[in-house]
Each structure stands twice: as structure tokens, then as C-alpha cells.
Design a binder for this molecule. Sequence first.
Ligand SMILES: *Cc1c(COP(=O)(O)O)cnc(C)c1O
Length: 373
Amino acid sequence: MHFDTLALRATHQSDPETGAVAPPIHLSTTFARNEANELVGDYTYTRPNNPTREALEKAIALLEGGAVGMAFGSGQAATMTLFQALRPGDHVLLSTDAYYGTPALLEQVFHPWGLTYTRVDMSDLDAVESSIHENTRIVWCETPSNPMLTITDLLTVSRLAHEAGALCVCDNTWATPVLQHPLDLNCDIVMHSTTKYFSGHSDVLGGALVFKRNDEFAQRVRLLQGLSGAVPSPFDCWLVSRGLKTLGVRVRAQSLTAQAVAEFLDGHPAVEKVHYPGLPNHPDRALIQQQMNGPGAMLSVQVKGGADEAIRFIGKLKLFTRATSLGGVESLIEHRASVEGPTSATPKNLLRLSIGLEHSEDLINDLAQALSL
Ligand SMILES: *Cc1c(COP(=O)(O)O)cnc(C)c1O
């Protein structure tokens, strides 16, 4: 079956008791036993398991092609739970431009707790190989990266990880399974902030992990999920499941518009550089064609000048909302260095765009008027 059909099948189960076509939301925190003290269903208590969460977890696992999926209260909760499954003394290798919250967790929480980590430019495969040590348990990739849209060769990096006995994890939030299947490229675990494209409407926080195999490590993460309760509410699970039904159409439409916007910006005299996987001048063009089904709906642009010019430009936009985050139906723009703060290495003239579902001509006209003033 094609992705769109799978997404609908995975999230649509009419309720056998009532015939309700939209699935019910099971808000109950606790589940009853019969006269013989046996559980009526497969559930006891909502922290370890809940039917609405389980439906979402199965759908996400199916869409990523994994054996088991787990839903969390945020992307960061998913990442945190994965690192909690490691042991003091273990080492994590992480890309230099990973989502800033991932190294922040390693530095602020897990370094004091005994994990070590190294950051490396994942496009330098020799550097990746020499940074993997015998205590490396996880090699963490994020592709396309944030905010420079560089691409990591998942097949090669996962091979290097496996040769050293480490697991390869891919944060697939930006690409989504519509555009990229890390488990097919031999990664072991996929991580998502479901806050972004999965929910798609900027109204729910969530995260997910999908494991290629339901092995001992996956079981340990499942145990930690249930023990810690870093889980989404049933209503949030239901919202993410609803978002999944339209994931394919949204991501494809948003990608097409992003391509048009990137091409417009790329030729504009007020623009220094556009970072977008769909442009022919992207340095990782061959890799993009090999491992992605499309360039996605995220792009970054460096305007001519510095922070002042960048901020003046976005101040004049009427259709883009100036806000952080991504993956919703409305287009957002942000001055990334301001969001990342004084330690940011992001160029001061860089703006990150999350392209939504507005018509491409309207977005381009808005960008044109803001750049020409
Ligand atoms: C937003 C984001 C996260 C963190 O997810 P939250 O849901 O905000 O906790 C992790 N990785 C990437 C790539 C993201 O965009």
C-alpha cells in the first residue's frame, strides 16, 4: 500500500461497539477487572498503557516501518527517555548541528549522570569513524539538519555505528516518513517531535520513538516510559492521530510551495544564500536524491547584510508569522540566532522558514514586497 492509504488505515478504526467512525478518546486512567479479578481488556492504568496512546503508537510504528512505537509528552521527553536507557560510562556521538535541545539534555542532565558525548560534523565520514569509541552506544543523526539543511549519509553512518556495536538513531522530525525512511537505511531507532508535522496544526506537544526491533533495549525504553510517565495525554494522542491522516498531502503540498519559495529567493538580489535540499546548488544533491523522496518544507535564507537587515526584512512580512517551531499549516519565519541566544553559531543574517499551506504566489509576493523595501 502507498503511504497515504497506510496512514488512513493505521489511524482509522471504527469503534466496534458504537460504529463511531472517528475513534473514541479513552480518558480513563484506570481499567476494571471482572468478578474473577481478571482484567477486562489489556490495560490496567494509563501511565504504562492506554488504548488511545496505543493506537497512535501502532500507527507511528507502521508509518516508519518499525517493530514498535512509543509516544511521549514531547520530542525532548522521547530523547530523554532514550538516553535514560543508557548506563553511566556510555558515550553518545552527536552531529554538531543537532536540534539544540538534544546536546542541552546531554550537557545539563546526562553529563553529570555519567554519560559522555562528542559532537562531530556528520558530513565528514572520516571524523565520524574516528569519533566512535568502544563505549559508544548511540550515534545520533539529524537530517536535514537545523538550520543549515545539511544532509547526513544515513546508510554509511549507520554502517560505521554498527561496526563499533553502537545503535544509529535518526531524528526524522524535519523529513517525516513521507520523505525519508531511516529504518530502511539501516538506522535502528527513529525519533520524532510529533509537535511538528505529525500533528501539523501547532496545537499539541508530543514526541515518539520507533524501534526497528522489539529487542531488550526497546523493552528497557518501554519500561522507563511507563515508570516515568513522560507520556502524552489521551486527548493529545488523539490529536496527533488525526494529524497523521493528512500527513502525506500536507507534506507534499508544503514541499512544492517551499521549492517555489526557495527558487524565488535564490535569484533575488537582496539574498546572499538559500539553504534548501531542492536547489540544484545544494552540496549534498546526490545524497538527497538517494535517500529522500522530496526536499521538504523547511528552508533557511541568508539576506545580504547582518542581523539588522534580517530583522527589518521579517518585520515587513504580512503572511508569515514571526515565531519559532515548524511543521504547521501556517508559514512561520524566525531569526534563528535570536532564538538560540548569545552562544549561537548560526549566521546573524539567517532566517529559517517553515512553509505552510498558503498559496505559493501569495507567499512569494509577501517575500518580494518585504525584500524590496
Ligand atoms: C522541535 C524539535 C525537537 C524537540 O521536540 P519538542 O516536541 O519541542 O520537545 C527535536 N528535534 C527537532 C528536529 C525538532 O524540530
